[in-house]
Design a protein around this ligand. Structure first.
Ligand code: TYM
Length: 326
């Protein structure tokens, strides 16, 4: 049994961190759980300013990308968050069970509100909406990268608070982490690879050409030791390349190191780049093909949103009843 839920923001083509930290797991879970939902979380994306026409394109692009990665609408419900209004309604109810101090200490708020001077109320309550996404389907398992674990803990807390006050309704959702739970930036291996990184060379996108990938990995920050070893604390740059290599080639870190034997970091980078290119090529090609058919993508999302609404409606009805609205 169990139900899987996860989401991704439509803020541009996903990068290798999104793929290895989350999307790859999303694909594999389709065979392991009877009920699987994946959401393009457009409500979350407007916590940062978005150009409307660009947002519309990004939503369809994300749908194309998820399908290209192997999300199969026959085996999972792929949908657009804003098309299921229950998310916003449950989020309001849950926000009334969440204290300000509980949200103030979450790292994303601390970081982004500092960058912007003052953050919006939406940015502040973002993790409550995320809890609503998960709980609305009474989800049990949530495949995410390491940066989302604290948001998952909030969802667990909110579920517990609701259950205590109104009676058991929500199971405790558990994070599912991949082996590569945190892919690092290629420019600063102490930071995570991130969509908002201003440095173009820091991030490999799933749409990058083989030349782009080669260049970015050749320029990846390492250190002054030419031997290839795996020691994330002392040698974060080289170790990030080793874990990338292992992940894309689907081998263990030990096997990746065995392949690196006798190579200096310069030569090893070419091998890693090759493995990344090989892994991403079919995804990029399929994404290009799917992008051309906007109509098809719109139909996939409309059907997915319809199915998600059918699951969400009875849960929200029960919530309304427990709260005393009906
Ligand atoms: P988002 O859109 O930032 O990222 C999507 C997924 O990619 C993972 N990820 C990474 N994993 C490893 N290394 C990295 N460098 C890296 N960067 C990103 C993220 O952990 C995430 O799993 N708040 C969420 C979206 C969301 C959601 C939800 C997720 C909204 N509602 C409900 C789960 C359940 C986010 O912004 O993900």
């Amino acid at each position: 049994g169990g139900r899987v839920f996860s989401g991704i923001q439509p803020t541009g083509v996903p990068h290798l961190g999104n793929y290895l930290g989350a999307l790859e797991t999303w694909v594999s879970l389709q065979d392991r759980y009877p009920s699987v939902l994946y959401s393009i979380v457009d409500l979350h994306s407007i916590t940062q300013p978005q150009d409307p026409a660009q947002l519309r394109l990004n939503i369809l692009d994300m749908a194309a990308c998820l399908l290209a990665c192997g999300i199969d609408p026959q085996r999972s419900i792929l949908f657009q968050q804003s098309q299921v209004s229950e998310h916003a309604e449950l989020s309001w109810i849950l926000s009334c069970l969440t204290t300000m101090p509980r949200l103030r200490h979450l790292p994303q708020w601390k970081m982004k509100s500092k960058q912007k001077g003052e953050g919006s109320v939406g940015l502040f309550t973002y993790p409550v909406l995320q809890a609503a996404d998960i709980l609305l389907y009474r989800s049990t398992h949530v495949p995410v990268g390491e940066d989302q674990v604290q948001h998952l803990e909030l969802a667990q807390d909110v579920a517990r608070i609701f259950n205590n006050r109104y009676g058991d309704l929500f199971p405790e959702p558990r994070p599912l982490l991949s082996a590569t739970r945190k892919v690092k930036s290629l420019r600063d291996p102490t930071a995570k690879m991130s969509k908002s990184d201003p440095h173009a060379m820091a991030t490999i996108h799933l749409s990058d050409s083989p030349d782009d990938i080669m260049l970015k990995i050749r320029r990846a920050v390492t250190d002054f030791t030419s031997e290839v070893t795996y020691d994330p604390a002392a040698r974060p740059g080289v170790s990030n390349l080793v874990s990338l290599h292992a992940a894309v080639a689907m081998v263990t870190v030990e096997e990746a190191l065995a392949q690196a034997r006798g190579l200096d970091t310069g030569a090893y980078k070419l091998l890693v780049a090759d493995a990344v290119v090989t892994r991403l090529r079919p995804i990029r090609e399929e994404m290009e093909r799917l992008r051309a058919d906007r109509g098809h993508l719109e139909v996939v999302l409309a059907k997915g949103s319809q199915r998600a609404r059918e699951l969400a409606a009875p849960v929200l009805m029960e919530v309304r009843r427990r709260v005393g609205f009906s």
